[in-house]
Structure formats: structure tokens, C-alpha cells
Ligand binder design. Sequence first.
Ligand SMILES: Nc1ncnc2c1ncn2[C@@H]1O[C@H](COP(=O)(O)OP(=O)(O)OP(=O)(O)O)[C@@H](O)[C@H]1O
Length: 624
Amino acid sequence: MTRSHLAAIAAAVVFALPFAPVPDFWITQLNYIGLFSLVVLGLVLLTGVGGLTSFGQAAFAGVGAYATAYLTVVLGLSPWLGLLAGLAITGVLALLIGVLTLRMSGHYLPLATICWCLALYYLVGNLEPLGKYDGLLGLPAVQLGEFSLQSERRLYGLIWAVALLAALGITRLLDSRPGRVMRALNAHRGGGVTMPEAMGASTFRYKLVMFVIAALLASVSGWLYAHMQRSVNPSPFGIKFGIEYLFMAVLGGIGTVGGAFTGAALVKLAEDQLKVWLPLLFGGSGNYEIIVFGVVLVLVLRFAPDGLWPLFARVLARWLPARADRAVEEGAPPLPSRRRPERGAPLLRVRKIRKTFGGLVAVDDISFSLSAGDIVGLIGPNGAGKSTTFNLVSGVLPLSGGEVELAQQRVDGRPSRDIARAGLSRTFQHVKLVPDMTVLENVALGCYGRTRCGTLAAMLGLDRAEERQARAEAMRQLKRVGLGEQAQALAGNLALGPQRLVEIARALASDPALLLLDEPAAGLRHQEKVALADVLRQLKAEGLSLLLVEHDMDFVMKLTDRIVVMEFGRWLMEGTPAEVQASPAVRAAYLGADDLPDERAAGPKPAGIPPVDRPMYPSGEART
Ligand SMILES: Nc1ncnc2c1ncn2[C@@H]1O[C@H](COP(=O)(O)OP(=O)(O)OP(=O)(O)O)[C@@H](O)[C@H]1O
């Protein structure tokens, strides 16, 4: 038996249940679990995957509920029109709120979600046409043709069909081109915006998409809830429920689709039992269950921070091993490639670029150029401004001045995603992989700019042909760097050496015209450096253009055609490896003026560079 079989059996049981002689109370409970799961699925995507915490999902459920209540009760229209109106209003509202709040970081976003949840709650509670705090009564039942879903048992099928379809859509989404970007965003899991932007993705757009999807799921839940209750009032859409949804997500497992159902079921069932038992224990009535939930939340966060579903999934994995990541089909047609510039054609021209951080001039009027097929090294002592230069050229940092041309097109001032799409790909000094994605998925992120599939197509499963191409390309690049065997390993489980190679494979997967490698040999063991040098020599032989920052001079000298040397943010010299090696000025920059036998020794010693008692080009030297 496979996991798909198990899921199919579970779905069959779910849909067979209302036809079995089970008590109505069970059906009611399961309806609530399905409704809550829908909202929590949105939080799995938004908070668990994207790292964007929202306390305000209950308010979106309220929008869906009130929209249909108003249209059906006041205007006498069909509940299906109510659903469309609810989705439209929620979509527009989520877009507006998202544009205003999603650029906020840290604690500001959760605070903003609390604010708009409270604002919506008090708004509907004070609007006369929406019945103020009494709400609206007498909603009609949803009709499916002639069939009226008037009882909870009849509505059950619709609630669970929607919940399971949503779960399928989110599962597919997470395993797709847009899903990989979404999974790369979560700062709490080692992600962020810099890497996906450098792969060509608009991270703000994806944050907005996640926010809108989560809001729409909550809105559908509100619509179903309203037609199950046949009435609406503000209380189920206030901040208390907003917090409770988040509690369900955290308890169940905030990053997993299974966690949404686990959390919703546990909280709903526990709440009902606690409401019966706690008053008997303590005497009198009161919301004692809230106290218990608070304690449970603290314990879960302390002892099972990933929630309960991953614990269950681990047990399940022993019994039913997880399927291997989808097989990579060798025969998939290749992704479109970019036209390579002619060898020797101007590829990169950097003119007087400048970057200041407050009073510090980190990069001071640096100019150099690189032609197609060149391997250029950028060297200089620690703090010389090499990584900042890389970040300026690749658009990761905005320039304070100067110009950058890529393939004779001005790219300065453009975001890194545009520069990536124009043909520049890069690796990072501090490796930026998504640790809980497989190596293959990480490399497939590099194919982002060469593929087209959008969020809806991914949720509907219409991206499979393109996905096969992207995976085949990722596998091709992994084999190119000698990591084909590691394709299914989790990236976070690799040592630093292979991780750096995965970054190179990811950069190559974008089919770059120019590859920027930021300290690719840093922290590598000798054997790993040898493997890396082999890969880079092979890329050089294939005619790829490379710009390389590296501290291991032996490595740089053997590989590059030309070297640009920086010191204190300034251009010091440019020349062949032999010229650079012979330069007294470079020697001075590395060793300090005290050690310099030429005229520079007479001048003031540059502050900030301590004398280094080591050979100028220490072979095998590496920094982390
Ligand atoms: N975001 C920042 N804010 C303020 N100062 C910065 C920032 N980034 C870099 N700097 C400063 O700019 C200077 C150049 O840093 P950069 O990292 O580019 O040097 P580098 O040559 O790459 O050094 P290393 O070889 O140590 O990586 C340093 O003095 C550094 O402290």
C-alpha cells in the first residue's frame, strides 16, 4: 500500500460517513472540523510556508459569511451569487490590505493583522444593514440544482469536498514552480527574499498571492458556515477566533497540510470535551478551556515546535515509507535556452560604481569590464568591498552611483530579479539554500526564469509537463557538478562543500550568460576544493563567463584570465594573474605597508589592515 492509497481510503471513509448511521452530533463536529481546516490551510500556506503571521483570518471568514448573508437575506439572491460576491470582496480587500501591510517586517505584520481584524469586527457590528451585533437571520439553504443542502448531513459532503480540494490544491502548489519560491521565503526556516529574487522571482507578488489565497479559503469557510448556521453575527469572526485558528495551525503543524486537519480536529474535539468536564471540575461556568489551550500551546511550542502532525508523519513513515521525490524523466524536452553571446563580445561593463553605508564608502568608483568567455577574479583583503561590488552588479544592493551594463543593456537601478532574467546568475558568500527542500528542488528554483507556470495552473495540476522539464534540467545541472547521487537528499543535510556546489548547479540551471561566484571555495576541505576547481575548469572549457570573488589565491591564480584588485573599496590594479602576483602595491595591500620594501612604505600605513604573517597567496587558505 502507498500513501496515495491510504489518502484515497481516508477520503472514501470521509465521504461515506453521512450515509452511515452515525449520530448527527458527529456530523456537526466533522462539519466544524472541515470548516476550520479550510481557514487553517490558508495559515499553513501563509504562516507555515511563507513565514507571514496573521491573526486576522477570522475576519476574512466574516467577509465571506456577511457577503452571502446580505445578498441572500436582504437582496433575496442565490447563495451561489453570495459566494461569488464574498470571494470578490475578500479578494479585493486582501489585495488592498496585503499591499499596505506585507512590506512590513518583524512584529509589525502580526500587529497589523490584529488591527484590521478588530476593525472589521467593529465595522460589521456597527452597520445597520448588517444587523449590527445581532447579525442577520434566516439565510436560505444552498441548492445543488434541485437538491437542497438544508441539513448539516447534506452540507457535510460539500464542506469536505471543498476542504479536501483545497488541501489537494495547496499540496500541488507547494510542489511547483511558484511553491518553491513560497517555500524559500520563510525567514524562520533559513529563507528570505534575496535568493528567490536573485533567481528571477518577485517575492512581494508571491507574498501577496499567499495572502489572497489564505483570505479566499477563509472566505469560502465563512460562506459554508453561514449557510450551515443559517444566520450570521460578528462573534465567530473576531480576534478570539483569529487567535484560535493560529493555535490550531501551530498545534497541528504549521508548515504541513496534514497539520491543518490535525489541529482543527484536536482543538474542536478538545474544546467540546473541556467545556463539559472543566466546569464539573472547577464548579460553575467559565471559559476554562482557554486556560488549558494556553498551557498546551506553551508545551507544544517548547517540546514539539513543528506541531503534532510531523510526529505522526514520522511514525507513518516507518510503516509507509515516503515516496521518493518524483522520478526525473531523462526524456523530458529541454527548457528554452538563451542565445549565448559571441566569445569576446562585451558582456559586463561596470563604470564608476559606488556604494556608501552612512559615512562609510564601501565601494568607491570601481570600474572594470568582462567579455564573453572571460574568467575574471575580484580580490582584495577582508573588507575591501568585493561582496558589496557583487551585490551592486547583481542588483541585490542599490547603487549610490555609477553604471552597470549587461550585454550592452543598462541594468543599474533594476531589481536583482530583472538582472537575473537578463542573464546574470550568482551564488552567495553565505550559502542560501532552502534546507528543508531536496537538493533537486533547490536546483529547480534556478529554472524559475525559464519556466512560466503560475499559481492557479499549479494548484490545478496543469504544470506537470513543465515540471518534468524543470526537474530534468535540475538533474542535468546536478550531474554537471557531480551531485546527481544527492538529488533526493535534503539540502540542509549536506556538508558545506556539496552545498556550495548545489548553489552553482542552481545558478547554472538559470542558463546564465554570466555567472558570479562569491567565495565558492570558502570553508571547503581540500578534496572539496579540488572537486570545485574541476567543475569551474569544465565550465571555463564550455565557454561560460565567470566573475569570481575568492580568498584562496592559489585557486584564483590557476583559474582566472584577469584579476581586479580592490583595497578599501577602491580599485587598486587590474592585470593577469602573473602581473598581480608581481605587483608591490598588491603585496602591500595584503601584507601592510610595514612589510613593503618599495616607495609605498614611506607613506602612511592604511588603517584597518593588520599585518598578516603569511605568504601573499597562501595555497589552501579559506575563510568561512
Ligand atoms: N550592509 C552594510 N552596512 C554597513 N556596512 C557594510 C554593509 N555591507 C558591507 N559593509 C561594509 O562595507 C565594507 C566592505 O564589505 P564587503 O563585505 O563588501 O567586503 P569584502 O571585500 O567582501 O570582505 P570579505 O572578504 O571579508 O567578505 C566593510 O567595511 C563592511 O563592513
